[in-house]
Design a protein around this ligand. Structure first.
Ligand SMILES: [Zn+2]
Length: 126
């Protein structure tokens, strides 16, 4: 039987567009000074669709995933997006784990993080 994995059918470019819509529906905002005077600064060296930015007011540099739960995570963004999608369909952690070929413990961590919001709470840093 043909083994079709949905995560291999997803477009990385679209995944980054989803993230930009989720976090910057009102336009890209500097993470440091909240300015909207932002210029694009090319893409991440290893993730071709991860847009980088520079703030024209305070010179802070950040990208699409800065300060999100996705940053530095070993799961690719498409797995997270699918996880969100399956949560929207009310799949259980067990079902999501199966669809995405993940350990159920990892899936549980991901879904509880996603429920709490995609932005990292500053108190959780350090
Ligand atoms: Zn700034």
């Amino acid at each position: 039987m043909l083994n079709i994995q949905i995560k291999n059918l997803l477009d990385d470019k679209k995944c980054y567009e989803v993230i930009r819509e989720l976090r910057w529906s009102e336009g890209v905002t500097c993470l440091t000074c909240k300015s909207k005077n932002i210029k694009k600064r090319g893409f991440h060296s290893h993730q071709a669709f991860r847009q980088r930015y520079t703030c024209c007011d305070c010179n802070a540099q950040f990208d699409d995933l800065s300060d999100t739960i996705f940053e530095g995570h070993h799961q690719p963004l498409r797995v997270w997006i699918l996880c969100l999608y399956f949560m929207g369909l009310n799949l259980s952690n067990e079902q999501i784990a199966q669809e995405l070929d993940l350990a159920s413990k990892d899936t549980q961590t991901m879904t509880s993080q996603l429920r709490a919001g995609i932005m990292v709470k500053k108190s959780q840093l350090n």
